[in-house]
Design a protein around this ligand. Structure first.
Ligand code: CMP
Length: 498
């Protein structure tokens, strides 16, 4: 066969081979991880063939060098494929856990061995003799590899002992974060600030490790709050426990606990203990808990005191405090004056309501009024938005209305004495004026128009509630019917039940 035909055939064969490699490496999972290596190997093979067919200066050296690299890459590909096969088809199905690192170390040793053997056979380099005789080089290599080897050994120990795994939230020394990667030299943590913190295994081996994801995710969190000496601890504990029990991120069980921690300089300090499951959200959860505590203490009129050294400033400003209280009453008056339903009332009647009213503030997601509870007050919204929700028998809940600044709620229980007809939840930070029953009663007896306009609202809302209750009942009946198998329903319908 003429040499030109032979060359063409070899070229065509090579092209087919390259295309086959690319095609199968895409299809076969096993080859996916060595795709890059396969492509390089094919290119090297091509160079090898060309260096056999075409004559050019330095051809022999190119051939030997190319062959060396090709063998090395070939060994690498074989090792990776074996790894994949052993890992996926032998170890994983049998749930045998072998540290990944051992595979990497084994591969590394084999590759170095093959590399040395190639240097000796192809290039005639006597590396062993060179390494043994060169004491200086050995010392330099030994010293520079010391840290690397410690890390490697520590890495193996970590993988075998397995005090943490990828995705665990851990603290090593003073570094904290989620483990995103573990390899033979180091681990990578993703910190709360979204930084990558890379810690060498050799350092981890010498540090205390706390794992917040194992053996279970539930973690106890402590928050300290100082409350005025004027308030009895029994009351404080009740208010705080209720406030944080359903705060965002706080686990429902074990229950929240509040302990008196110490009698500090200016406040009684309380230790709030609650459990969380999402340790990476620690800051957000602590924030939600402390926000809740502030609002609850504010509503209960319990002060979080300033340090004692500020007492001096407070005494001289008593007059100002009195002025502020008066301003507060004016604010309440203004809010009540703007309520459309109260339009028929005179200023002095609004003053009567103001006398029994107070401001209360709520964080987002707090319950202002709970369905089924007894209620003796009327709420007028000063700012923010609330949602009125009615829970049905089957536990489903339906939004009845969204109320905004100037709207009021809570009139139903107040006027009829029945339990609260719905739950009212804050959809944003909300400020309300809470008017007590005594104030409303005093004004109602004087003003028939108010009775009329309040009962109009009450009637309109009651009708809507009744419609919703009916709808909820219907849905519950449908759900209950769906629980009964079709077979039984047909039997019942035709009266052929056993
Ligand atoms: P009360 O029953 O005391 O407590 C829940 C309150 O939700 C209720 O008074 C009303 O003020 C309010 N409410 C109930 N139903 C509606 C509705 N359909 N639209 C607006 N507000 C309502």
């Amino acid at each position: 066969m003429p040499p030109i035909v032979l060359q063409l055939l070899q070229g065509a064969g090579l092209t087919v081979f390259i295309l086959a490699v690319l095609y199968f490496s895409k299809k076969l999972g096993v080859l996916k991880r060595v795709r890059g290596a396969l492509v390089i190997a094919t290119v090297l093979l091509a160079i090898l063939l060309v260096s056999r067919l075409v004559h050019f200066p330095g051809q022999e050296r190119v051939f030997t060098f190319d062959l060396g690299i090709l063998v090395l890459i070939g060994v690498y590909i074989v090792l990776q494929v074996l790894d994949e096969l052993i890992w996926e088809h032998v170890l994983k199905p049998k749930h045998i856990s072998v540290p990944r690192l051992l595979f990497d170390v084994f591969n590394f040793v084999v590759l170095v061995g093959v590399g040395l053997a190639l240097l000796k056979t192809l290039f005639d380099v006597n590396l062993t003799g060179f390494l043994v005789t060169s004491t200086v080089l050995s010392a330099i290599l030994g010293l520079s590899l010391q840290d690397l080897l410690t890390s490697l050994m520590a890495g193996i120990a970590l993988q075998i002992e397995s005090p943490f795994q990828v995705r665990d939230w851990i603290r090593v020394g003073d570094k904290e974060g989620e483990v995103t990667q573990m390899n033979w030299r180091s681990i990578t943590l993703r910190s709360r600030d979204n930084n990558n913190v890379i810690i060498p295994n050799s350092i981890i081996a010498k540090q205390d490790i706390s794992n917040f994801s194992r053996p279970q995710k539930l973690q106890l969190v402590h928050v300290t709050v100082g409350v005025s000496y004027a308030t009895p601890p029994g009351l404080v504990k009740g208010v705080i426990s209720r406030a944080i029990a359903d705060a965002d991120g706080v686990a429902p069980t074990p229950a929240v606990q509040v302990f008196v921690k110490r009698f500090a300089e200016s406040a009684v300090e309380y230790d709030l203990r609650f459990w969380i499951e999402d340790f990476e959200r620690l800051n957000a959860i602590s924030d939600s808990v402390q926000t809740r505590v502030w609002y609850a203490l504010d509503r209960a009129g319990m002060a979080i005191p300033f340090p004692q050294r500020d007492v001096h400033m407070r005494t001289i400003s008593e007059e100002r405090e009195e002025r502020e209280k008066a301003r507060g009453r004016e604010d309440v008056f203004r809010v009540l004056r703007q309520v459309t339903t109260f339009q028929s009332l005179s200023d002095s009647q609004i003053q009567i309501l103001t006398g029994t009213a107070r401001f209360e503030r709520y964080a987002t997601g707090e319950i202002l009024v709970r369905q089924g509870e007894e209620g003796r007050s009327l709420f007028v919204i000063r700012s923010g938005t609330v949602s009125v929700e009615r829970a049905g028998e089957a536990g489903s809940s339906q939004r009845m209305a969204t109320l905004r600044a100037g709207d009021f709620f809570g009139e139903m229980s107040l006027l009829t004495g029945e339990p609260r007809s719905a739950t009212v939840v804050s959809m944003s930070e909300v400020e309300v004026v809470v008017v007590d029953k005594s104030g409303v009663a005093a004004v109602l007896s004087q003003d028939q128009k108010l009775v009329k306009s309040l009962s109009d609202t009450l009637e309109r809302r009651s009708r809507q509630l009744a419609r919703t209750a009916l709808e909820q009942q219907r849905l519950a009946d449908v759900a209950a019917a769906e629980q009964v198998p079709l077979f039984l329903r047909i039997q019942r319908f035709f009266g052929i039940e056993n």
